[in-house]
Design a protein. Structure first.
Ligand code: PGA
Length: 249
């Protein structure tokens, strides 16, 4: 199996002004995250300040983007606009965007390749609701979301996408998936990529997300198919976030 570099990404959601983002990144300065890829996913208005304040070891990601290169889409931002300000990647298809803003698998099918073409690393979020898990529909949901989201990504670039498995019932609830649940679902996402290309399946990084905290990160990050975490609440405090990145080493 290829060695995959662990990837810890903090998803700030609608938290932190530009000044607060700067203060957070200054607080991280001087820490070394050797051997771990670390990113903060920040609101649009803080991207520029975050990029300026981030040390070499911390990447800056956006939290969404539009699939079109430009056009009459009031309020939206394109991949080229993000890469112009030096942004490294973008979270796509977070369950909150799917739930509250009507983000569809069809749009994601265009967003993921558009991000790659603009030089951004996409983090494609997938995950089942509590009802879907209870009904035994977890794999069906993940299969649809992963296959649709990656449909138009050329096979040669599949491994560049990051998949975040985030069970919706674990997001912001304090209810974390068991290690068995996290391992099983992350392995399943990897296998779906492996169906397209064995090599890509081996190389693609799959994060777990949903109430990951300093206290449970090490156990989750030690799982064979969990290559990192997408962290919401616990990414808002530099010490907690750094402790999770440490646990990934
Ligand atoms: P949480 O959020 O860590 O607060 O559960 C995770 C996410 O939504 O990415």
């Amino acid at each position: 199996m290829s060695r995959r570099t662990p990837f810890i990404a903090g998803n700030w959601k609608m938290h932190k002004t530009a000044a607060e983002a700067e203060a957070f990144l200054q607080a991280l300065a001087g820490r070394s995250f050797d051997g771990v890829d670390v990113a903060v996913c920040v609101p649009f208005t803080a991207l520029w300040a975050a990029k300026r304040a981030a040390g070499a070891g911390v990447a800056v990601y956006a939290q969404t983007m539009h699939e079109a290169p430009d056009g009459a889409f009031t309020g939206e931002v394109s991949a080229a606009m993000l890469s112009e300000v030096g942004i490294d990647g973008v979270v796509l298809g977070h369950s909150e965007r799917r739930q509250f803003f009507g983000e569809s698998d069809k749009a994601l099918q265009r967003k993921v390749p558009a991000a790659l073409e603009a030089g951004l690393t996409p983090i494609l979020c997938v995950g089942e609701s509590e009802e879907e898990r209870d009904r035994g529909d977890t794999e069906r949901k993940l299969r649809t979301q992963v296959q649709e989201g990656l449909h138009d990504v050329p096979t040669a670039r599949l491994h560049e996408v990051v998949i975040a498995y985030e069970p919706i019932w674990a997001i912001g609830t304090g209810k974390v998936a068991t290690p068995e649940q996290a391992q099983e679902a992350c392995a399943f996402c990897r296998a779906l990529v492996g169906d397209r290309s064995r090599e890509a399946g081996d190389r693609v990084r799959v994060q777990y997300g949903g109430s990951m905290k300093p206290g449970n990160a090490a156990e989750l990050l030690a799982l064979p198919d969990v290559d990192g975490g997408l962290i919401g609440g616990a990414s808002l405090e530099p010490d907690d976030f750094a402790a999770i990145a440490e646990a990934a080493k």
